[in-house]
Design a binder for this molecule. Sequence first.
Ligand SMILES: Cc1cc2nc3c(=O)[nH]c(=O)nc-3n(C[C@H](O)[C@H](O)[C@H](O)COP(=O)(O)OP(=O)(O)OC[C@H]3O[C@@H](n4cnc5c(N)ncnc54)[C@H](O)[C@@H]3O)c2cc1C
Length: 528
Amino acid sequence: MEEFDYVVVGGGSAGCVVASRLSENPKITVCLLEAGGAGNNWVVKAPMGIAIMVPSKTNNWAFETVPQPGLNGRKGYQPRGKALGGSSAINAMVYIRGHRSDYDGWAALGNPGWSYNDVLPYFKKAEKNEVVHDDFHGTGGPLNVAGIRTSNPFQDYFLEAGRQLQLPMNSDFNGAHQMGLGVYQVTQKNGERWSAARAYLEPNMSRPNLKVITGAPARKILFDGKRAIGVEYSRDGKPDSVRAKAEVIVSGGAFLSPQLLMLSGIGNAADLKGLGINVVHHSPGVGQNLQDHIDYAFSYRSKSLHHFGLSFKGLRHLWKEIGRYKRDGVGMVTSNVAECGGFLKTDPNLAVPDIQLHFSMAMADNHGRNRHLGHGFGCHVCLLRPKSRGSVTLASDDPGAAPQIDPKFYDSADDLDVMVKAFKITRRIMDAEALAKWRTEDMFTADVRTDEDIRSILRRRSDTVYHPVGTVRMGADEAAVVDPQLRVNGVQGLRVVDASIMPTLIGGNTNAPSIMIGEKAADMIKAG
Ligand SMILES: Cc1cc2nc3c(=O)[nH]c(=O)nc-3n(C[C@H](O)[C@H](O)[C@H](O)COP(=O)(O)OP(=O)(O)OC[C@H]3O[C@@H](n4cnc5c(N)ncnc54)[C@H](O)[C@@H]3O)c2cc1C
């Protein structure tokens, strides 16, 4: 069996950071196992490739949830990255950290070292911001953060609509204040996607002490008693294993990290026994506490070619844009689709924004899986701190089977109530003159008038905006799965480092926070 000091499972946003930072020391050997491929072709690099990856299985696990009673029994869709870079290889590249109070909340829950002031240095360590140079931002890190290079006039129309409603503007959502509307900064460099793999792994692939194995799904963690000693994985259908002298680090993301723990015998003992899995440690919290941003997307037809769409004129325009991109690295191909948006309060008395908007340069219908002829734009609105709590459980003891994902969307009546307010606020922006004059048809909401109509369409059309977290909850209490150093409780030599450790969902997109978690974990591991 090949032996390393550390074996990292999952080369996603957090896993790439951990593997890269630990292997900075040439005396430490690291093996990174990634189920997907290298994630370094044009569809990943060209930001517009998101339109191909999210609705399909290209670099994407493309999970479904179990039927959701809160969504009229519909199954939700859950895209997740399956390649080096993980979900940062298929995401919308919006660079957001969440609100200061989110991290202070983690610390208040009994997680010393995770307050905003504690994590800010790790956000800055990761970051190389091309746009803002102040105390909130880093300029020397591997993760390039840039302004959007599309110069799409609809950014201005969206902001103008906000101004027409006297809404506040914000030029840096990761600075002193989060509230307001603005254009998003993106994880791109020279107009290319800057995934965690691009930022952290690619420059270091030649390190002799770092071995990256792609196409290598981990099947289970190997234990000697209660100590993790290695990982069994498969490659080209054949079983293989690697030994970890110091630690196994699981970075499979919010759905697959709890799955791997459970397949390896860490989870609810009764459930595991029921599936014939040998119990290593009874930890009923594994897979529980799933939180995700429930989202509603408005959609409008328009004649403008500044929006993505299917038409002869549109294809001709796109062809020209591809030429422009190849020449100058600018234009529509650099679009992350969700170019602008912002953070608002559904109640002025709230201390922090509770909803986020993503204005979309395309019609938004079922994650791009329902295609429409013509062009249009849309706007997503999501609930930042939902009360509903879901779960990830095993469907079987087969590591190749997808886990059962149950976000329990709208399980809490409060979530639906706040989304009704969020719907009304977003619609006012969409109806403001600066935007309304561009639309030729309101695709789904023209007849929606009363609160009951709104509740009904929310149940019919809401789904995730791709930020599941919390299924391997960090905490100092007995029910927590990992401690504040991210060590799995009840066993030795095992940590989980990714979005699954978040005790509560942060108010914003989750890529930069997952990278921060990787940075902080690497420091904690190095410190011993
Ligand atoms: C469509 C989409 C759009 C998004 N848009 C944004 C955005 O604009 N901004 C933002 O901040 N966030 C966004 N996010 C969310 C963000 O990208 C994720 O929260 C973040 O990438 C999660 O990081 P992670 O390390 O927890 O997991 P991931 O990045 O998902 O990484 C997990 C990795 O582990 C691998 N893996 C899992 N199990 C195994 C196994 N058993 N063996 C080997 N490998 C395994 C997976 O293949 C994957 O590569 C988006 C996500 C999606 C899906």
